[in-house]
Design a protein around this ligand. Sequence first.
Ligand code: UDP
Ligand code: MG
Length: 338
Amino acid sequence: MHLSVVVPCYNEGQVILRLADELENVLSRVEGECEVILVDDGSSDDTIEHMRRLHETRPMFRYLALSRNFGKEAAMLAGLSQATGDCVAVMDADLQHPPELLLPMLDLIEAGYEQVVARRDRHADPWLRTRASRAYYRLVNGLIDVRLQDGAGDFRILSRSALRALLSLGEANRFSKGLFAWIGFKTTYVDYQNVARAAGESKWGLRGLFDYGIDSILSFNNKPLRLAIHVGLAVSMSAVIYGLWVGVDALVRGNPVPGYVTLICAVVGLGGLQMIMLGVIGEYLGRIYIETKARPHFLIRESSGGEGLSVTTAVGRNRLLLESQETAPRSTSWLGQP
Ligand code: UDP
Ligand code: MG
């Protein structure tokens, strides 16, 4: 198998056939065999029926259905863990990631790159959105150890070795932009024009984006904890200095000690600060809690290889499982493949 294309789909019944046509058209121009792995992330519309029909009529399309909505990261991981290609592409179902771009990206893989990343430009974006994302990337890049590129999302092609590296990262809290950057490998970028989604609607609300932002900062290191210590120290020092100044003022100049307002401000301000810092600690603790449960990242309810299969796959975390996958990836019997 030359190229596998992994597409996570959540309620994409309106676009999936258009995507399939475009992908088929593009992949027919690729030398070597290709497969498309459609992952149904617990959709509530007719996405899965479309997938079943696609597989029957055009076997190049394989599918997996997760047992419920696990989120895009898990759906992507499910598809990636099943991909059999020498290189693997990941793209969205809504045609915001133009399938034709796969061809120039594939050329770069053949030229020896291990990760080819499609980077969207922000020309068509509203001014405020562009500013907000610039500020976000500046903040995040200041806080985490890996470097994230503005506009570089999940649309990319990985070589087999880059994929193996990615699958060896077993964390439950998967911030994939960061994970892709963390594995490194020889990386290059291809720019494309951003377009509106072909049909249906985005699953990202403002709240979702905000939570995603927090995740991205917290899932890579403990700098926010360090920052909390610094802020705490700075506030305590300023309290000491202010206290000294009030004392000296009272002793030397005989000024009465100004009380009430200062006291309330200090109490409320410090209370808030402590809550924020407890929140930061709590976030890390919550992550540890989730990780120690070591649950599988996704459950597969059905696949084009056989129905009614219930597969629990803990990628990476369970070394034995990973190794057995690595040694026999093409005969994974639990997918019912030959
Ligand atoms: N997606 C998914 N599970 C989810 C949410 C989204 O598999 O819980 C898929 C969705 O079907 C699409 C891709 O992730 O293929 C990107 O989603 P969307 O277009 O809503 O995000 P946006 O492009 O607005 O960032
Ligand atoms: Mg989209």
